[in-house]
Design a protein around this ligand. Sequence first.
Ligand SMILES: Nc1ncnc2c1ncn2[C@@H]1O[C@H](COP(=O)(O)OP(=O)(O)O)[C@@H](O)[C@H]1O
Ligand SMILES: [Mg+2]
Length: 235
Amino acid sequence: MSILQLNDINTYYGGIHALKGISISVEKGEIVTLIGSNGAGKSTTLKTISGQVLPKTGSVIYEGKDISKQPAHITAQTGIAHVPEGRRIFPRLSVKENLEMGAFIVKDKKVIKERMEQVFDYFPRLRERLTQKGGTMSGGEQQMLAMGRALMSKPRLLLLDEPSMGLAPVIVEQIFDIISDLNKEGMTILLVEQNAFQALQIANRGYVLQTGEIVMAGQGNELITNESVREAYLA
Ligand SMILES: Nc1ncnc2c1ncn2[C@@H]1O[C@H](COP(=O)(O)OP(=O)(O)O)[C@@H](O)[C@H]1O
Ligand SMILES: [Mg+2]
């Protein structure tokens, strides 16, 4: 059984038909990537999953349950963590406070501390910057903080929206390495990227999204060598 399934999803912003009948699936333990140009509907797909926007028709099935109409704050408590495009950390809160926000439903201080230690295993930089205000961190550090905050909820499915956006190549490498490591430790990941080449390199499978429709699907290594994918997204 897939951990996540989108069946024929149609999502609108007023009169704008952003997702036009999208169907995708994610199996437990996979990295699945959704690639496509600016405006293709990648972020809208993640928002439809996490409940920030509701689909007009179609279903989102998570762990066998229909969550299509479930509000975001409930979905966030059922094992889906969404790291949004642009990170959206709390700029005036410290690194520690940002991380604590990710585990706000956990009351047990010991559990929070344990989870924070696990986050530091992936992002040692965050431990060094515990008291620093989120907004004064570099882009790469803010991405690490946003991912760390998401991990604090102990998700079973991690939604990542353009984690490499705006980062220097060496930092992008680090972020992708960490995404790979998280997956090797068992995390299921749906990764949205304009950086198609790097996303397809670490993904088991990928979908190509174009103006609200899936136009291609395949194994990561198939898509990376596909002529039309190369022309459109890897040039
Ligand atoms: N809040 C919004 N209001 C109106 N239209 C939106 C909104 N967010 C996105 N859109 C439109 O929906 C389409 C898909 O956008 P988006 O999902 O952000 O694409 P991507 O993440 O692939 O760049 C685009 O045409 C975009 O202009
Ligand atoms: Mg986007």
